[in-house]
Design a protein around this ligand. Sequence first.
Ligand code: ZN
Length: 454
Amino acid sequence: MILRLFFCFLLILEAHAGDFRVGAARVDITPKDGTPLGGFYKFRGSEGVIDPLYAKTIVFEKDGAHAAIVVLDLSGTVRPLVAAARKAIQEQCGIGGDHVMISGTHTHSGPQQPRGSLMDDITKVKSPPGVAYISALPGLIAQSVKEAKEKLAPAKAAVAMGKAEGISFNRRVLREGVKEAIWQPQKINPATDKPAGPVDPEVGVVVFESDGKPTASLLNFAMHPTSVGAGTKISADYPGVFTKLVSERHGPGMVSVFANGCCGNINHGDYINGKRRSTLELGTALADATDAAWASMKTVSTFAPRVRSEQVTLQRRSFTPEQIAKAKDMAANMFTKNFGTVPMAETVCILETVEKQSVPLLAEVQVIALSDELAIVALPGEIFVELGLALKKASPFKHTIIAELANGSVGYVPNREAYPQGNYEIVSARGEVGSGERLVEVALRLLGEVKAAR
Ligand SMILES: [Zn+2]
């Protein structure tokens, strides 16, 4: 009997041994009209749809080991949503929660999620349409993973790194003689002004092919999706155009998934020429860069997904009694007066920090390696580009794809040098100076572990 069971086990092993399998699916998560939108410090109820929002999933499997990457066309992800979705995925698909990455593209034209701060009142996310939307999400995410898992088929992975130059800008600018960085200028004077930091022009392209046909692609670029603006129509912003074009051009039926890179301080406002490119122009530029990279696509040899996930406790920032009193005063008048984005962001951050002083600021760092040459890193916040570039450079993998706003969010995560330069991202950062470098350090250690694992 035992011997027979052993042979059955061997047969099962044999059925999958050697096969790296990939499945992909997408599920529509477009909300109904009237759903509170995120992305800005005001209430906007959705009215109409420019293009639909999706939960897009790629599932990887080899020798019974699974990993899943889910990207939502949403402004980000919050931990309760991630926890609920992972639980549903574990129950319905048998994939362990810590082997699932869930990130948001950061579209500013999609529904808001509750953050447990003043933002919930500002955006009215806890109104019945907001609650209805949020409660349905974990089920829809699990459904996309289930459908992707059902499509698992032996696959090859190939990688190419493209470049899209001149469409993304470091939205913080330093002016001669001025200590504070200027935030999102329309047009700069090159004689006195210079970008406070770099951009990351790299376009990551990972393609999975089954039976000679591309079935899934994972695309990566670092830039805020804010090109649709603060209207009330639903849109996936430029990632929607980008992914649609890549699928149309390279494999109708292919599920193209866009993970946003470290774009905390990167936007599309072209302050060199004073231009604002449209959603269509941005998505098309990225699809063109992908086309150009396609020719240099190289197959990588894959292994069973190696996953690590670690909870890091970051130190919350601290504020003076004067700052707290000022924030309380502003909060009391927030709904009758318009204070502007930066003071609003600062107030929300200070009051949340005071309220949650005894609650640990948890940040999950997750890595998923699929090959000796390819790993995906998930970071929970709006990470400054300098940190992303440093992480890619120091990574032991030839190709490292970083997904920000993944598995929750601790808000903006600036690099150390940016803190003294102040302005929007700094006044709204939850973590103390050094938080970003700490996340990079943990990610590099985890990358080292999965690289060495056998
Ligand atoms: Zn942002």
